[in-house]
Design a protein around this ligand. Structure first.
Ligand SMILES: Cc1cc2nc3c(=O)[nH]c(=O)nc-3n(C[C@H](O)[C@H](O)[C@H](O)COP(=O)(O)OP(=O)(O)OC[C@H]3O[C@@H](n4cnc5c(N)ncnc54)[C@H](O)[C@@H]3O)c2cc1C
Length: 264
């Protein structure tokens, strides 16, 4: 249905282009709205002269800078251990950082992060948090998740070359590309088996092998393993940007592999 609708739209666009070339200018309504999310000008204030504090001075036993999920988790862990003399600061008016929610036309929506892979046995803190939030319960020694909050994968699809494709991985174009997809998957499994990756990462080991991966970019590692297929590289770059906010040429090979190997 989606592909059909898009083909129709492509036809309509062709019609519009035809009219424009015949001297008619299509009327386009100006876009309403603006940017939401972070305020770059606040971050940029740190580049110049430090602003003077203008409120009353307050002392705190612990200062947490940044109220994203990491700062909030830190505050939660301290509170659970009886430390409550905490000041949690953020540049923005709301806590949550990249995981903050938003509302569009009354409907809740994410601004950035919006899903959480189900935690494995080693991710005890995440499991505890989800139980605390009422998203899971223990039943006969098993964790039962609240179905209303589960998304079953794959639910994502790609529009590529004029067609919809199920899943996020672009279909390999040739047997050579398919071989690269398989080899990448095998290398992830090998890294998982031989080095070990875990979520959260502090539950995993840190060995010279991990350090060697951390000392090179993911793109360098992919080049070294002759993984050059354009679509595979597009997908891997997308994954890095999605998870780390930076592409494969910027994040380390450890981070790139961690994305896949820690959730297998
Ligand atoms: C587009 C995108 C989608 C993602 N989707 C997912 C997803 O679906 N699931 C998932 O698990 N992960 C996802 N991730 C990754 C996830 O969002 C991040 O790993 C996580 O939110 C990082 O949390 P954080 O607390 O470390 O940092 P942030 O969320 O970036 O929080 C940092 C906080 O510090 C504040 N801050 C910065 N500088 C200062 C300062 N000088 N003074 C005071 N405050 C400051 C910022 O305002 C911000 O609130 C996604 C990432 C991106 C980029």
């Amino acid at each position: 249905m989606g592909a059909g609708a898009l083909r129709r739209r492509a036809l309509l666009l062709t019609g519009v282009a035809g009219l424009a070339s015949a001297g008619c200018t299509p009327q386009t309504a100006p876009l309403q709205g603006g940017w939401v999310g972070t305020h770059p000008e606040r971050g940029h204030r740190l580049r110049g002269e430090m602003p003077q504090a203008d409120g009353p001075l307050r002392k705190a036993g612990v200062l947490i800078v940044g109220a994203g999920i990491a700062g909030l988790a830190c505050a939660r862990a301290l509170t659970q251990r009886g430390v409550d003399d905490i000041a949690l600061l953020d540049l923005e008016d709301q806590a949550g950082g990249n995981s903050r929610g938003h509302r569009l036309a009354g409907s809740p929506c994410p601004l950035g992060a919006h899903y959480l892979p189900l935690p494995g046995a080693e991710a005890r803190e995440v499991s505890q948090l989800l139980a605390e939030l009422g998203l899971s319960r223990q039943l006969l020694g098993r964790t039962e998740w609240d179905e209303r909050h589960l998304c079953h994968s794959p639910q994502e699809r790609l529009f590529i070359d004029g067609e919809w494709h199920e899943g996020l991985l672009p279909p390999p174009e040739s047997p050579t590309a398919r071989e690269q997809y398989r080899r990448f998957s095998a290398l992830v499994t090998q890294a998982q088996r031989e080095l070990g990756f875990a979520m959260p990462s502090r539950h995993g080991r840190w060995t010279p092998g991990h350090a060697a991966l951390d000392a090179q970019t993911f793109a360098t590692w992919l080049d070294a393993n002759a993984l050059s297929d354009t679509r595979l590289r597009w997908y891997l770059d997308y994954c890095c940007r999605d998870d780390f906010g930076a592409g494969a040429a910027t994040v380390s090979a450890w981070a790139g592999l961690h994305y896949f190997a820690s959730r297998h």
